[in-house]
Design a protein around this ligand. Sequence first.
Ligand code: GLC
Length: 620
Amino acid sequence: MSTAQGLPAPVLDASAAQPSFSAQAQARFARHGARLSQLLAVLYGQRDDFQPWLSGFLAQLADIERARSGDLRELDERRMGAPDWLARGSGVAYSCYVDRFAGTLPAIRERLGHLRELGVQLLHLLPFLKMREGANDGGFAVSDFAEVQDGLGSISDLAELGAALRGHGISLMADVVLNHVADDHPWAKAAMLGDEARQGYFLTFGDRSEVEAIEAHLDQVFPDQAPGNFTWNPALKRWVWTTFFEYQWDLNYQNPEVFAEMALAMVRLANLGVEVLRVDSAPYIWKRIGTDCKNQPEVHVILKALRVILDIVAPATRMNAEAIVEREEILRYFGDGLPECSLAYNAALMAATWASLARASASMVRQTALATPQLPAGCAWVNYVRCHDDIIWNVLRRDIETRGQDYVQLIGAVTDVLHGSAAATQSRGVPSQRHDPLHGTSGMTAELVGLRAGDEASLRRYALVYGVAFAMPGIPLIYMGDEFGQGNAAVTPGQEADDTRWLHRPEFDQAAMAQRHVPGSTPQRVFSLMQWFRQMRQRLRDNDSGQGAEVIAGLSDALFGLRRGPCRVLFNFSESEQSVELPAGRWKLYAPWQSQPRIVSDGLRLPEHGQAWLLPEPAL
Ligand code: GLC
C-alpha cells in the first residue's frame, strides 16, 4: 500500500459524486475532496464497489453537514481564521467522569465556576454515551453512539452543555471509541442473530489454530482480567477479536461500511458541539496479521481521512490521539506532512517523570525530553500526570533498551518503589496486573507521591510531578480530584480485583472544595499550586516566542532543567539538597510555596524534590 504521503492517483474525483453540502462546506469540499478520495482509495480503492460506496458515504456526510447549527458554523469560520487555536490556548485541560464530577451532563454547569477558577480551556468528559449494561470498561464499551447513557442526560443536554461551556471559553472533549463496540451494540446483536452484513463489521475466526497463530504476535492489555485477544462466541460459533475486554468487539476497518459508520458517528458528535474528539485506542484500529497489530500505516490513513472529513464538515473540530505507545510512534499521530491529530497524550514523558521520581534521578525524564522534537504547527502535547488509566510502563521500553539498559531490572525497581514494596518508599500505588507488576501502576497522584497532610516533603513530590507537566510545552491536564490532592476512590475488593482503575473514580470531593481557600489545608495548598503553575506556565509562554523548550545540558543526574526563551525551570528529582550554578545575569526566583529554593552567593540551592522557576530581572 502507499503511505499517505505517496498517495496514489485518485480513483475517483470526489467532486464527481456531487454531494449536496451547504455553500460553505461545498467550497471546502472543492479544496479537500480529492485528498479524501485519495486517502480512502488507499484503503478501499481496489474494491469494485468503491465508487458507489464513496458517493453514498459523501451523500450521508452532506446530510449531516447541512444539519450543523448556525453557532457551530460561526465557530467554524472563526477557527479557520486561527487554525492553531487549540495549541495556543492559555488554559489547562481537565478530565473527569460525568457522574463522579457532577452527577449528570446538565449538572456540569454547576461546576463551571470551579473549572474557571482552575483556568480550564478543555474539558474531557470520560465516556457518557450509552454503555453496555453491567461491566463496561468505564463506559468504553459503547452500545449506541447516538444516545447518552440513562441517568446522565440526553443528546440535547449534551448540545446545551457544549454551548454553555463554549460561552465560557471552554471546549468540550469527548471520546470517540473507534476500535470496538460493546457486545450489546445493535451491530453485535444483529451479527449474533445471523445478519451477515453485520458479521462483516467484526473480525471473527472459526479455527482455533488460526487464532493462536495471530495471538502469538500480540500483546495483552489486561492479562489478568481479560487474557488473550480473542473470545469464543457461542452464537456465532466463532472466535471474536476482542483486544480489550471480552465484551468489547473490535471493528473491522477493512470493511468500508465500518469506516463510514464510525466517521458519521464522529461527525454527529462534532455537530453536537464536541470540539475535540479523543480518538480512543487509536493504534489498534487496523490489524495486520503477523504483526503486533498496533500503529499500522493504515491507522494513519484512517485518521488523516477523518481529519479531512472534519475539515470539510466541522472545521472547528480537532482530534486528540490516545496512543499510549512509544514516543516515536506517538509522534506519527501528529501527521507526517498531511494533518492528522492536533493533540496526543505525552505518555512517555508522563511515565518517565514517575520513573525519575522513583529512581531519585532525573535521567529518564531528561532523556525523554531531549528525544522529543518540536511538533508541527498547530499541534500540542497533552502533558499529564495521571488519568483514568493505569501508567503503562511499556511506553519506555524501546528507549530503555536502546540505551542498553535492562528494562525488567529498571522498571522492576521503579514499580517496587511506586507499589510501596521497596524499603523507605512513601508511595501507595497498586500494580494494575497482579501477575505482572511491571505491566502498569494504578493510583491517584496523592497515593503515588505518598501525600500526607502537613508533610512538606510529600507536597514537594506532588509539585514536582505536576511542575514538569506545566513547564513542558503543551497543554497540562489535571485529572479530577488532583486539584485537591484527593486519594484513591473507596472501592470494594471485588472491584479492585476486577479492575484497579476503579481507584481512579473518586466522587467529586465537596469537603475539599469547601476548603480550597482555607489557608494551610491540603486542598488549599494543592489547589493554589495548580493556579500558581498555570500563571507560571503563561509567563513561560509569553517569553519563549513559540520556540518550545530546550533541555539544559551539563546538570547533575539529580536535576532536570528546561530553558524556555530567557526563562529557566529546574527540578530536583533527588532526595537531597542540590546546588546549581546560576547563569550570568540577574534572576527573579519563583517557586511554589513547597519548594523553598534559595539563591546564595555561589548559586541556587534546591531542597529535596524542590523546583525553581527563574525569570530574568526585571520581571518580564
Ligand atoms: C483507552 C481508554 C481505556 C479503555 C481502552 C479501551 O485506552 O483510555 O480506559 O479501557 O481505551 O476502550
